[in-house]
Design a binder for this molecule. Structure first.
Ligand code: GDP
Length: 414
């Protein structure tokens, strides 16, 4: 049996060159997704700053290995597990391990700096682990910001197929909003207060031709991934938005296309549409292939699908120390489920471990969970002997998900 609503789950990370805005974008994602719980603070810069200061003091959100948040898109509530992807290349095993547990990522660039050498390293790692991506060109307010140049560099430097879903309205200090090429409407940010909202309006007259040209390019690109869209495109007929989105999603999941969005996270511009398109284009755990592991008894490869009735398999990808809860082990459950109070088997140590309590972290606090089910991410306490990269599984159906070629790393987040 598949998890209820698993198609509405997104396990994603933000990948970026240092300084491109990974932290700022993550903070804004947590702000907007948590906003419904903080009524009255929307236009109040001071309150928001306080909230972020508290979060930092608590140390749970920004430093958390995985934060769970919800976002409403097209009348559905999506569960987004935002997994921390290190922005540095020193801990290669750690970077690669965090990429392994993602189903999709947002590749973030600074519009003023374009595709930098380290962006290339992370891009190649994401290719290796088959992580479909959305491109997000941040810092559109910065001097020298150039969306089109970054898009061009993604083609020339990374060999990607970037497909703008938005084009900018203005840049640098005149960055006012975007034209959404799917709805062919302008999104105009209100102002620069924390938590800025936006208005949806007609496309400014001087941008209509340019937007139409990019809209047509987008459809031409999307048509390669869906026969219906191709037929409508060849017949010169209008392509309905839902069909267009489905085609772009297919291209994204097969990693043949990278939808491109833009904004300025620091100025709170562009993050809500980014969240919408994370839901629209990035895969759910059901869209990814079964994970392959090795049965340690037979040394044969086995695939595990994200269903709850399959034998349990999970990968521990980060060990962190929370000042309030102690040692927390973050893991992704690939098949079956892990229940609080139950035992799991660790094939590396050959021991059974009792997981006393389970949690998911949201932007405010840890949420106790009875179980973490296939396709989901969570954290447990109570482990005695555990390292990152360890597999947790049923003793009767052992499996090792990660080959032991990585050095052991136990990273603590104080
Ligand atoms: P990270 O290293 O990728 O996590 O980058 P940060 O989020 O820490 O951002 C690096 C610096 O760029 C910080 O000083 C941010 O305040 C700043 N920054 C982030 N986003 C933007 C943006 O959209 N516009 C401008 N002007 N600055 C930004």
């Amino acid at each position: 049996m598949a998890n209820r609503d698993l198609h509405l789950t997104r396990n994603i990370g933000i990948m970026a060159h240092i300084d491109a805005g990974k932290t700022t974008t993550s903070e804004r994602i947590l702000f907007y997704t948590g906003k419904t719980h903080k009524i009255g603070e929307v236009h109040d810069g001071a309150a928001t700053m306080d909230w972020m200061a508290q979060e930092q003091e608590r140390g749970i959100t920004i430093t958390s290995a995985a934060t769970t948040c919800n976002w409403n898109y097209e009348n559905n509530s999506y569960k987004i597990n935002l997994i921390d992807t290190p922005g540095h290349v020193d801990f290669t095993a750690e970077v690669e391990r965090s990429l392994r547990v993602l189903d999709g990522a947002v590749a973030t660039y600074s519009a003023a700096d374009g595709v930098q050498p380290q962006s290339e390293t992370v891009w190649r790692q994401a290719d290796k682990y088959n992580v479909p991506r959305i491109g997000y060109v941040n810092k559109m307010d910065r001097s020298g910001a150039d969306f089109y140049e970054t898009v061009r560099q993604m083609k020339t430097v990374l060999g990607a197929n970037p497909c703008p879903i938005q084009i900018p309205i203005g840049a640098e200090e005149n960055f006012k909003g975007v034209v959404d090429l799917i709805t062919m409407k302008a999104i105009l940010w209100h102002d620069e207060t924390m938590g800025a909202e936006y208005d949806v309006e007609e496309i400014p007259a001087e941008l209509v031709d340019e937007a139409t040209e990019w809209h047509d390019k987008m459809i031409e690109n999307a048509a390669n991934f869906d026969d219906d869209v191709m037929e409508l495109y060849l017949d010169g007929k209008e392509v309905p938005a839902d069909k267009l989105i489905a085609a772009i999603r297919k291209g994204t999941i097969s990693m043949e296309l990278t939808p491109m969005l833009l904004g300025s996270s620091y100025k709170n511009k562009g993050v809500q549409p980014l969240l919408d398109y994370i839901c629209a284009f990035l895969p759910s755990p059901l869209d990814t292939e079964a994970i392959i592991g090795t049965n340690p008894d037979t040394e044969e490869e086995e695939g595990r699908k994200p269903t709850e009735d399959a034998p349990t398999s999970a990968l521990a990808f980060k060990i962190a120390t929370d000042p309030f809860m102690g040692r927390l082990v973050f893991f992704r459950v690939y098949s079956g489920k892990i229940a609080a109070g139950s035992y799991v088997y660790n094939p590396r140590s050959g021991k059974r471990e009792r997981i006393s309590r389970l949690f998911q972290m949201n932007s405010k606090q840890e949420i106790p969970m009875e179980s973490i089910d296939a396709g989901d991410i969570g954290a447990g306490v109570g482990f005695k002997d555990i390292r990152t990269g360890d597999t947790l599984c049923d003793e009767d159906h052992p499996i090792v998900l990660e080959s032991m070629t990585f050095p052991d790393t136990v990273i603590s987040v104080a």
